[in-house]
Design a protein around this ligand. Structure first.
Ligand SMILES: [Cu+2]
Length: 207
């Protein structure tokens, strides 16, 4: 093999490695991290095509909203359970556990009837799960470790998938070592917007 051929081979190898990582990126949405505990502006989906049905996005005080992407009609999120440092007051840093760089974790916003897929990666020093508190969903998606799913081991990713059937205001939290994990700050806010005016849900006026 002369030098020219060797370079060609190396270039082919590099292209192959790049395409593998692109495939991996396409398979699992890149988790979005947040380093600031300040109130973030509401997140609105970019573009119009495939952006899901419209809704009036919420503002999470001292928090933020998880971006999602559409994949063949499914809203895909990626939550990372991990140790975080949150600034509670200027200079007052607290070591906590949370999601995607913050505690509480990012707000998840969907619309009633949306099909939702949530990748949960465990970067904690112990197993975890997420229980989607108040959702009506298949038993295997309910997130109680050791009961209706295996615990998510350290370093692994579990995929939850269900339809957001019930409009309302909910939360998510682990059902694994609850006394430790929830006390350490692992929880987040979930809003399922009604798909139309709901007879039992009043409109809320906001500034
Ligand atoms: Cu709960």
């Amino acid at each position: 093999m002369n030098r020219r051929n060797w370079l060609t081979g190396a270039a082919v190898g590099a292209v192959a490695a790049t395409s593998v990582s692109r495939v991996a990126l396409a398979a699992i949405p890149e988790p979005v991290q947040q380093t600031s505990a300040n109130t973030a502006p509401p997140w609105t989906p970019p573009g119009v095509t495939g952006a899901g049905r419209p809704y009036n996005p919420v503002v999470t005080l001292n928090g933020w909203t998880a971006p999602w992407r559409m994949n063949a009609g499914v809203k895909e999120f990626h939550l990372v359970a991990e140790p975080v440092v949150r600034e509670m007051a200027p200079g007052f840093m607290v070591n906590m556990w949370g999601y995607n760089g913050q505690s509480p974790g990012p707000t998840i916003e969907v619309v009633e009837g949306d099909q939702v897929r949530i990748y949960v990666t465990n970067r904690l020093p112990e197993h975890t799960t997420i229980h989607w508190h108040g959702q009506r969903l298949p038993n295997g998606m309910d997130g109680v470790g050791g009961l209706n799913q295996p615990q998510i081991p350290v370093g692994k990713t579990f995929v939850y998938e269900f339809t957001a059937r019930r409009p309302g205001t909910f939360m998510y939290h682990p059902h694994a070592d609850e006394m430790v994990q929830m006390a350490m700050g692992m929880m987040g806010f979930w809003v399922t917007h009604p798909k139309a005016k709901h007879p039992l849900i009043e409109d809320v006026q906001r500034d």
